[in-house]
Design a protein around this ligand. Sequence first.
Ligand code: ZN
Length: 395
Amino acid sequence: MPKMPGLSRAAMILAAIGPSIFFVLATQSETTQESTPLLLAVHDAPIPFTGSDGRTHLVYELWMTNFTSGEAEIQKVEVLGDGVVLQTLDQAAIATRLQPAGQRDSTGTMAKGTQSLLFLHLILPSGAQIPQQLTHRVEAHYAAAPPTYQHVTETGGTVTVDRREVLQIAPPLNGSNYVSADSCCDATRHTRAALPINGSVYLAQRYAVDWEQLDADNRIYNGPREKLESYTIFGKPVLAVADATVAVVVKGQREQIPGKFPTDISLDQADGNAIILDLGQHRYALYAHMQSESIHLQRGAKVKRGQIIGLVGNSGNSVAPHLHFQLMDSELSLGSNGLPYEIKDFQVTAKTPGTKAFDEAEANGNPLALTPFTPALAVKDALPLDQLIITFASQ
Ligand SMILES: [Zn+2]
């Protein structure tokens, strides 16, 4: 047996047993050793930003590996900011936020030897200081451990909050009655889109929005569902959100027939006709699903804030005309880290009942039952949160 300084003989024997030990190891060293059957890590530090509710939000993923030979039931997660509990998730909340790697359904348990992502969303109390460091206290029950050692609480996944400047941009569209569909922070389709690309897992769409638009009767479309022109947003001008350089142009893809997702789309074609703008300082803006013939820019071209760069379409992996918009840290639309941003000036006029009602309205063309904000909320320098009705004034 190799020499292991600082370990007692008992600890040496336990260490030799392997990973399925759940004891607090006796030691004569000053450094304690504890069994941590759940390995915790944060790969992308959260970047605090201001949401359209005026609050500071932090969005990130806690990676968990169940390093045991049995099921782990995650019972409680506390998020600590500089040592103070900021958020407590009970078993029911965990069950809606914990997803096994590569899966879209959430569950509060982890099978033996598997990895899951816990999707976290912290909203800081008004006036609260942004913590410098976050860590996580996790309580779990391990089926593989002897009865007295089945309940383990451990702390880990410590991360320094990323205080890089959040970019303030102009709106990507102009006009009223836009819907911020699948926006931050608890809608699952973008915020939880963890994708394995080029050998790593990326969440490029963490802060993406699928912009839709309602007509005067609050309908997403009026007329035949499969007709592009039935959709309020179809053909609306898409705007540069800042002075920028065109980094990527994808053209030549046909418009899809609304009402069903295309079945023959490759990963390369998922964005449809798309433009990626280089905003500087490793920040890129993606505009996806545009009309091919509306795009006249080429890679390397300079654009001015507010300039029309194309028209909203329904190309690529899209079920209805909309503008998918996101910011990320490289010019890869999927293989990059999604970044938050703040839009300089907009109004929130109402909210929808939620994603389910939105999906139904997109499917059947019925009016969305909105809850109006009277008076409308004038918002400055914030990220439009999920399922709001928004007016963008021209900048
Ligand atoms: Zn999208």
